[in-house]
Design a protein around this ligand. Structure first.
Ligand code: GLN
Length: 315
């Protein structure tokens, strides 16, 4: 097993080892198989990492193992579109209301005819469409550069997963065309969906996720590099939407049990943020029926209890 070396014996290091021991025997859940490229993941891997807003990193397990960012990208592209297009314009096109529907639901807010929020596919594809219209062909490079700056290391597109998504993503194409029909996307809806497939297919690892989290926790500045990656007010709005909508149709339970803004992806990653304090990343590819990593959920619950991370903890 690849493990990363950090100061041994510290409380946090010991805690991460305990979390690993707690979850590693749980083999429940299934790999995402609806995208062929995702079914190749090693199901037994588990990594957990914490990066602090003042630039310390703690990790344990398969923290260098690569996996695609998938839906976690939705939170980051939302943060970027708020900066580029402005809060009001974005809000006019994508709502901020939890839907209670699965991520790939073909469902719109009947009162406004907008996607419910940017964390479901319809909302994320609309966000991708706005970025594509604003930035043209450079949109993907822009996204990759910003994600890399947040992660503090160069990230890359996983071509195999991208091609796999593009080959099988008929439901997302249908959502794109529906958005076009409703006037929510421009006639470049195919490009919007393609950009969405690409953003989902960026490879990350657990250390990158924790660092991205620390960048968000640190008001958009990567605490390891000092680079201001995200706009401060866009970070606030992004964390708010992650808090209410980030965990698919488990978002309410998550807010109840864990109580931090978070976003998960079907690649097996979960990104969590403790505002002004921590970024947390977990990776384990077996998913529950909501599409959330089984071991990741257990790890986050244990971390939240042990470190008192819940937003409404009395202490
Ligand atoms: N690429 C995936 C899809 O849209 C992202 C899904 C996810 O992580 N929930 O099908």
């Amino acid at each position: 097993m690849e493990t990363s070396g950090h100061p041994t014996g510290s409380y946090v290091d010991q805690l991460l080892r305990n979390i690993h021991a707690l979850v590693i025997g749980d083999n429940s859940g299934e790999l995402a198989s609806y995208i062929p490229g995702l079914a190749n993941a090693d199901p037994d891997q588990f990594g957990v990492a914490i990066a602090t807003a003042n630039g310390k990193l703690y990790s344990f397990g398969n923290v260098d193992a690569k996996f695609t960012i998938q839906s976690i990208s939705k939170a980051l592209t939302y943060c970027l579109v708020l900066e580029i297009k402005g809060r009001r314009d974005v809000f006019a096109r994508v709502g901020v209301e939890p839907s209670g529907d699965p991520f790939n639901a073909i469902e719109f807010d009947p009162r406004t005819s907008r996607p419910y929020n940017p964390m479901v596919n319809a909302g994320a594809i609309t966000v991708a469409g706005i970025l594509r219209d604003e930035l043209g062909r450079d949109a993907f490079d822009f996204i990759l550069t910003r994600f890399s700056e947040a992660a503090g290391r160069p990230l890359e597109l996983n071509e195999e997963v991208y091609l796999s998504e593009a080959r099988t993503g008929h439901r997302n194409r249908a959502i794109g065309h529906l958005l076009l029909g409703m006037g929510a996307l421009s006639d470049r809806c195919e490009d919007a969906v393609d950009l969405y497939f690409r953003q989902c297919s960026i490879d990350v690892d657990t250390l990158s996720l924790a660092t991205i989290g620390a960048t968000l926790a640190n008001l958009g500045e990567n605490p390891f590099t000092g680079k201001q990656v995200f706009d401060v007010s866009a970070v606030r709005d992004t964390l708010a939407v992650m808090f209410t909508c980030g965990m698919y149709d488990y978002a309410g339970n998550w807010a109840f049990d864990v109580g931090v803004p978070a976003k998960s992806g079907v690649g097996g990653g979960i990104l969590g943020i403790v505002n002004r304090q921590l970024g947390i990343g977990t990776y384990s590819p077996r998913l529950d029926r909501n599409g959330n990593s089984v071991r990741g959920l257990t790890a986050f619950k244990a971390l939240s209890d042990e470190l008192g991370l819940h937003a409404f903890d009395p202490t």
